[in-house]
Design a protein around this ligand. Sequence first.
Ligand code: SAM
Length: 308
Amino acid sequence: MHKPVMLDEMLGWLEPKQGGVYIDGTFGAGGYARAILRAADCRVFAIDRDPSTKNFAEELEHDFPNRFVWLLGNFADMCALAAMHGVQDVDGIVLDLGVSSMQIDTPARGFSFRRDGPLDMRMSGQGMSAGDVISQASEDELADIFYYYGEEKAARRIARAVAAARAVEPITRTHQLADIIRRVVGRKPQKTDAATRSFQGLRIYVNQEIDAVKNGLKAAENLLAPGGRLVVVTFHSLEDRLVKRFTHSRCGKLGESSRHAPTRRAEAEVPRFFLPRPEKRTATDAEIAANPRARSATMRMMTRGMSI
Ligand SMILES: C[S@@+](CC[C@H](N)C(=O)[O-])C[C@H]1O[C@@H](n2cnc3c(N)ncnc32)[C@H](O)[C@@H]1O
């Protein structure tokens, strides 16, 4: 079962209020949504792109009648999803990015290099699977996926090994791919498995996670009422950098310094979010001891300013 990460910190920032309306953009097993519903007599609209999260949603529908709505979809589309229920602005939004323990721990979903399964990795179950990407992408495309989304230095060598291996037999299983990667990277004594970064890259590509985060943050900016609060929890540096760049570009600090980006500069000068100090937090040692997933979590918090 999924243990929610930094739950107290999330609630402490969101401060759910009576009659408030909240969006949980990454419903998962509903740990965040349940905590928000318990904290105040408010309403929660919860989004997840994974149809299997419906089981957890049914429990919340039962426990919080007329206060909870589950929506199947991408949080990048949260404005349209909320509008379907007549919601134009909300008091708070939470995004707890990445995959859930249920997704990682179910071998048939194909996210894990520790347990063998089909190379799938699709959160929504729709579109190209990881196996399709591994069999159809060119060697250069694979190298880019491992390098940019996995931040894997050996990306080019891994892509070459994958291309050579798939010419001999189809790569369809997570263990097959993990073994190819480990043979390239080597089994040096290190904290993380050699396949971690490449699997992350492939998962991000398959689920178009970077576009979802960029569009989700813009959607949250549009949907939050003035004074509304946003909480974003990330689990790797690529995602955290995206969130940091976005928030800094919206709070009067310039996230990027390109002189070729006049629009971005103009936007940055109008603070649309205010950041607390500190603007980010990490899990306590006690939580990390109880839940190893919390080790890589970074929570960023912000408040929506006045509309322009
Ligand atoms: C880390 S889990 C969230 C756990 C949740 N906070 C809880 O307490 O149970 C992330 C969830 O977000 C979903 N997800 C990831 N990206 C998404 C996206 N772009 N749109 C909608 N759901 C997404 C995943 O399917 C997964 O169920």
